[in-house]
Structure formats: C-alpha cells, structure tokens
Design a protein around this ligand. Structure first.
Ligand code: AMP
Length: 378
C-alpha cells in the first residue's frame, strides 16, 4: 500500500483516487478550497500551494506526489522534489506550462505546429500578424486552459482589442487553423520508460471547452503512427512519467500539435469504462513504478461533458451502456461538473443511445456532431 499525494483537488484528483483505491492505495489531496471535490473521496489537506510548512507535512505523509492541475507553481513542484518523489518531473511540467516552450519542443521532435510567433508588445503583435496572416489566435503563454486567455483576431482592426484584452503578459500568436478534426493521443510512460498509448480520440469543443469525445477513431494510418511516435518522442525527451495528452489538429492531410497536457486528460475520461485499464489507473501505476495496464479499447465510446450544470441523471441511468459521473461540484457557468460515457460494441451501436439521450436530456446540439461523424454525414 502506498500513499499518493495530489496537488489540486478537482475532478481529476477525484477520479485518480477512485481508480487507485481498488489497487489498495491511499491518497492525500492538497487544495486551498474547503469544498474541493476530491475531498469527498480522499483526505484533503487544506493549504495554499505556496505554504511550504503545509507542503512539508504533506510530503511527510506521501510516498509520491503528482498533479491534478498543470499550473501548479514551478517553485512548488521544484521544492517538492527535495522532499518526496514527484511525477511528472517539474522540468516537464514547466515546458507544458509555457505554450512557446511547448511548441518549440514539438518542432524539435518533428511534430509540425500551426505557424506561431512570440508577442511581448503591440509592435511585435503587428509583426506577428504580418507573419501568420489572419485569422489568428492570440494566447497567453502561461496559465491558459479551456480556451481561457485567448483572443481570435479576424481583421486588422482586432489587433488593438486583442492587445487590450491580453497585453501585459507574455503572449504567443498562432495562425488560426481551419482544422477538419481535433484529435488527441492519451499516452502513459512508466518510471522504467515503458510507453503505451490509448487509441486516438476525436474531440469537439464548444466555447473552448471540451464538449464530446469519440474513441477509437481512425485517421490515415501513416498519420496515426506518426502522431503516436511524436507523443513517445516527447515523453522520452522530457523523461516524462505518468499519463499525458497530446492535442492535435488534423488539417490538409497533416496532424499539427496544439498542446500537451501534463496530466490525465478530459479526452481520456472515456477510458474508465471504454478501455481495459483506465487513464486514471495507469497514471497511478506509472507514478508508483508498477507495470502499466492494457490501453486497448473495449468497443466504442462517446464521452459527453456536462458543463455549467448537470442534466437529469435518470435518462442516463436508464440507458444501457451509459455511465453517469457527477463530480460533486456546485453548478457554475463554464465549470465541468460531470460527464457521461456511452459504450457500445461498435460505432454504429452508439447512434441510437446518443439520439435518445440527446432528446431526453435536451442536448441534441451536443450529440449532433458526434452522430454526424458516426453516420459519415459531416
Ligand atoms: P487550447 O487551450 O490551446 O487547447 O485551445 C482551446 C481550443 O481552441 C482548441 O481545442 C481549439 O478548438 C481552439 N483553438 C486553439 N488554437 C487554435 C488555432 N491555432 N486554430 C484554430 N483553433 C484553435
């Protein structure tokens, strides 16, 4: 039995604890919020991440520390390495926290990206726009997630508004990619360097937040293999340990790297019921130095995110093959409060359950793009 410490007490920490418990492991979660939802399933140490006295107590009680949030201050992650084992390592976390370093690394391991340029002033923004063309997306280099800290520029007159909205912190401008599909590779690397990946997942976003995922999906076989090879190269370069996700855009026969999430990922939630060993269990196994579990899919799965507030649970509970996840969080606009995974033996078998759920939950808009993809009617 080991105790795994998790910095951050959101739904990812909660699902890690729920996955690790059957293996006999215990968890200790640190979060400054009294009502952090992982605290409903694991002991919660209420403390700020910069409170080193509290972190000392935390480190004394855990065998290994990991993260449920990638924006844990680098100083905290560094400090922890002097007091316990920390996975993924802080240097890998630091790269993934900075969009510029991340995209530069993508290039170094041979993963193409949208055209990008660093922006630290209004003049640099003008020069960058001349380089990428319009439309383009201005993003903060740090602390961005779920579409936060982003501004889409469509015409030259948007430059000033974009600068007014985001200027003052280091930024990156990216060419806007009119992608055909958004794809992610969720993968895991163990302490001994073993690497496994889940089948490719297709993702749909609404307002910058993940709305639905479908797995497994196939893209051109060569591309698929390249995506997985690049993911492995990234993990090796960073000496990464644990689960991570590589988010890609499929565009004109290429896969372009958008970002790497150094943690279990929303586009891997389907693996709880839809894979032999879930991303959460595999993360626990990886950080403890245990053999990794089988990442093969069991049939086909669709994950629907519940954002803002939960729909009625009963239609989901009454749908065979559907699984209900309530994170125990109060509703709030833009907040991920739960998800549902629908599993079937084949992609075709997902269509009817999704149609029924779309209707009964009043979420036709959310299921429509997935159904269109399943029916080949995009
Ligand atoms: P991110 O926080 O970078 O993952 O961005 C959130 C979402 O915004 C992505 O999943 C895309 O749907 C969209 N997005 C981000 N960057 C671009 C881009 N360069 N071109 C087109 N869409 C983008």
């Amino acid at each position: 039995m080991a105790t795994i410490g998790i910095l951050g007490g959101g739904q990812l920490a909660r699902m890690l604890a729920l996955a690790g418990a059957p293996l006999g492991h215990r968890f200790l979660v640190v979060d400054s919020a009294e009502d952090a939802c992982a605290g409903q399933v694991a002991p919660l140490l209420r403390a700020d991440w910069r409170d080193f006295e509290a972190l000392q107590k935390f480190a004394e009680q855990v065998d290994v520390a990991t993260f449920d949030f990638e924006n844990v201050p680098a100083a905290t992650a560094e400090w922890l390495t002097g007091h316990t084992r920390v996975f993924p390592n802080p240097a890998a976390l630091a790269v993934a926290q900075d969009r510029l370093r991340e995209k530069t690394l993508f290039g170094e391991v041979g993963l193409e990206t949208p055209l990008f340029a660093t922006v630290d002033s209004m003049d640099e923004l003008r020069t960058a726009v001349a380089r990428t063309g319009l439309p383009a997306v201005l993003k903060t280099r740090r602390l961005g997630y779920d579409g936060k800290g982003q501004f889409v520029l469509r015409q030259p007159s948007d430059i000033e508004a974009a600068w007014a909205a985001l200027g003052g912190v280091p930024l990156i401008l990216e060419a806007f990619v009119a992608f055909e599909k958004e794809i992610s590779v969720v993968a895991v690397r163990s302490r001994s360097g073993e690497f496994r990946h889940y089948p490719l997942t297709r993702n749909w976003h609404r307002n910058g937040i993940l709305s639905a995922s479908l797995a497994p999906v196939t893209v051109d076989e060569g591309l698929q293999q390249r995506a997985v090879e690049r993911a492995q190269a990234l993990a090796e370069r960073l000496d990464y340990v644990g689960v991570f996700a590589l988010e890609l855009f499929s565009f004109e026969g290429k896969l372009l790297g958008n970002e790497m999430a150094p943690r279990v990922h929303n586009s891997g939630h389907w693996t709880i019921e839809g894979a032999v060993c879930s991303q959460f269990e595999n993360h626990v196994r990886a950080v403890l130095g245990l053999p990794l579990g089988d990442t093969a899919a069991r049939g086909c799965s669709v994950m629907l995110n519940w954002v803002g507030e939960l729909p009625d649970a009963n239609p989901v509970l009454g749908e065979m093959g559907a699984h209900w996840h309530d994170y125990g969080k109060p509703p709030r606009e833009g907040r991920k409060v739960g998800h549902t995974t629908v599993c079937a033996d084949s992609a075709a078998g997902l269509v009817e359950p999704l149609q029924r759920l779309g209707r009964s939950l009043g979420r036709q808009d959310q299921v429509a793009p997935v159904i269109a993809a399943l029916l080949g009617k995009e």
